[in-house]
Design a protein around this ligand. Structure first.
Ligand SMILES: Nc1ncnc2c1ncn2[C@@H]1O[C@H](COP(=O)(O)OP(=O)(O)OP(=O)(O)O)[C@@H](O)[C@H]1O
Length: 220
């Protein structure tokens, strides 16, 4: 039986990627190759939840992360944490499919992390920005490319404001990035307009149904 295809999920910050992914994972436990890390708050601040991922934070943040009190969230994470130096070395060695830097933190998707997930025969979800999409297109991963888009810029702005995770400055940066993002829909196999969450979720499930069935059969 062929391995399930990975899935690239991209789209503007605030479009609803995390919301859709969480729902997907809840309904299909064990079928997807990522889990919500105990550090999910940090990637959210960075504007992306990259899974599987190598995140690099300062030593202080790293220590704090290991003293996270919620043990239930620390068990089977797909996050890997490393030092800035080690990550830079890895990037120089070509070990990363894609990487980026936001607010002084580096993050990226390592080839090894993706390989780990693929070897488990589950669906590997990569939540990446447009740069990441372009980089993944240069690999032989052969994922399904899905773009999650908001119905309008006005609604996107409202969602980001209501989420209360942004400063005015970061909000404006995200909206600017979203305008660029919206013009690059041609990079994707499918564009899901996340207007009504239930409808968008059904659409996502439909797109992934073949891969979901593949994994379910392999696991039964
Ligand atoms: N269809 C929807 N209708 C109304 N609100 C929504 C809908 N989908 C998501 N939201 C809300 O919009 C906000 C942004 O969603 P979410 O955090 O999932 O976006 P995201 O694309 O993952 O953003 P980021 O890339 O910054 O992590 C959240 O507060 C979420 O609850």
């Amino acid at each position: 039986m062929s391995r399930p295809r990975p899935v690239v999920l991209s789209g503007p910050s605030g479009a609803g990627k995390s919301t859709l992914m969480k729902r997907l994972m809840k309904e299909h436990e064990g079928l997807f190759g990522f889990s919500v890390s105990r550090l999910n708050k940090l990637p959210m601040l960075l504007g992306a939840t990259l899974l599987p991922v190598a995140d690099v934070f300062s030593s202080e943040e790293l220590e704090n992360s290991f003293s996270c009190p919620n043990e239930s969230e620390t068990t089977d994470t797909d996050y890997h944490y490393t030092t800035r130096e080690a990550m830079q070395q890895g990037i120089d060695n070509g070990d990363f499919i894609e990487n980026a830097e936001f607010s002084g933190n580096m993050y990226g998707t390592s080839k090894a992390a993706v390989e780990d997930v693929l070897a488990k025969n589950v669906i590997c979800i990569l939540d990446v920005d447009i740069q990441g999409v372009r980089r993944i297109k240069e690999t032989d991963l052969n994922p399904i490319y899905i773009s999650v888009q908001p119905p309008s810029m006005e609604i996107l702005e409202k969602r980001l404001r209501d989420r209360q995770t942004e400063t005015e400055d970061s909000l404006q940066k995200r909206l600017e990035a979203a305008r660029i993002d919206m013009e690059l829909r041609g990079l994707f196999d499918v564009v899901i307009i996340n207007d009504d969450l239930d409808r968008a979720y059904e659409e996502l499930k439909e797109i992934l149904s073949e891969e979901i069935t593949k994994v379910q059969k392999a696991q039964s």
